[in-house]
Design a protein around this ligand. Sequence first.
Ligand code: NAD
Ligand code: UGA
Length: 462
Amino acid sequence: MKITSICCLGAGYVGGPTMAMIAAKCPDIRVTVADMNEKRIAAWNSDDLPVYEPGLDDIVTTARGRNLHFTTDIKAAIAGADLIFVSVGTPTKSYGIGAGRAADLRYIESAARLIAEVSEGHKIIVEKSTIPVKTASAIQTILAANSTKDATFQVLSNPEFLAEGTAIADLENPDRILIGGEQTPEGLAAIQALASVYQRWVPREKIITTNLWSSELSKLVANAFLAQRISSINSISALCEATGADVDEVARAIGTDSRIGPKFIKSSVGFGGSCFQKDILNLVYLCQSFGLPDAAEYWRQVIHLNDWQKSRFVEKIVRTLFNTVNGKRIAILGFAFKKDTNDTRESAAIHICRDLLRERAHIAIYDPQVDAAQIHQDLTEAGIDPELLATNVELCDSPYAAAENSHALATLTEWDEFRHLDLPRLYDLMLKPAFVFDGRAILPTTALKALGFDAFIIGKGA
Ligand code: NAD
Ligand code: UGA
């Protein structure tokens, strides 16, 4: 089956960039990204894209209006496509059975029902969202039970492994493309049809094909392994602080062992992002559901350690500032969950700011990409009441404005510009003693101390 028209349900951080890359690489395939969120679709059709991602503007501009289209007309997009990616959100369920652990599959289910309602002929449905193992079976059942026009479907799993901030490079040159499908002639033909799209720019040997369940599960496992490495090094960061060891030196020493490798062992104030926590919780829930409490507990510890890392960072600030931050101005550098994105979902900064506000600190936040409305929304959702938000939170347009008259400064995102701060200027602007809490270990310890700062760098002993 040759694919000539693709649609994607969900114009988010995955759907938008992924489809833009397919459209840019396959000019002969019509690619339509559909979402009911009118504001988001309008932004995708404007010069101010809803996702900040280096290199994204260029590929969107190349393909948009040619073979890349963004629309709110979801039904028409489904009807016109041979292959439909489902890239809707799968957040952690906040209610009922499995609350706080299981994935909330309501968007997946409503997408499947809509596909069934609208489709005619044969369509390939591709799970791009991260979902619990066996979701394809639920989708197949919904499609079969609700198809009104005798349509036929093949359901594939094709999880996305891009990381925000490097999405375009990851899509352009992925480590692998994973495609799972039914091991029947029809299933294998669908796998081949999707593989042939990726083969336009990805070498065939990088395209791994498996059965559906292995593919679905591999996505959760990949994120769990990545997050586990961060929690492992973060547990060691505390030991380094206590002993005088340096966590970066330890990471370098162990990372040169080719069996361990150098990536994902950079200690931090804690991992954030929309997926690590939710996907591990999902894995924990799956283990519990399949009667494997010890396996569930093992993975739960990765999250527990991450929560502990964020909490102990706040405690360190409060204790160091003579056990009170009440009324003290604290500059927060970085609010995004990592550099090169405007995404703040599950950012460690939300947790740190919330806890400092509960201690009645005044916080002055600077982030180069996150806007004020997003920060207000995140802190409100974290439980900060509007009055405290109005009186104790200031949003600044430079690190220096944030630092002015501050008792302390905390770096929470590893934006490159924070590596090149004018430290003497910062020191002059701050109240004395001037405290720095570097939650990303990006500031030069020796230079800070030489200038007179009282510096705490995550994972660095005294
Ligand atoms: P997102 O919240 O940014 O976007 C999801 C979009 O889906 C929203 O705009 C929503 O309006 C839309 N939507 C919901 N139901 C719909 C429907 N029936 N039809 C059309 N649109 C619909 O989410 P995201 O970050 O893009 O993540 C999507 C999925 O990809 C999740 O399962 C996530 O775990 C996974 N994932 C995310 C990343 C990442 O870096 N963000 C990476 C890999 C995988
Ligand atoms: C992660 C995975 O890396 C992607 O492969 C996956 O597709 C994606 O989740 C997903 O499923 O959503 P992402 O969350 O965008 O990507 O970003 P990462 O680079 O993985 O960073 C996650 C968090 O870990 C960030 O807060 C980052 O600062 C932190 N981190 C990362 C560390 O603290 N130390 C490290 O060594 C690496």
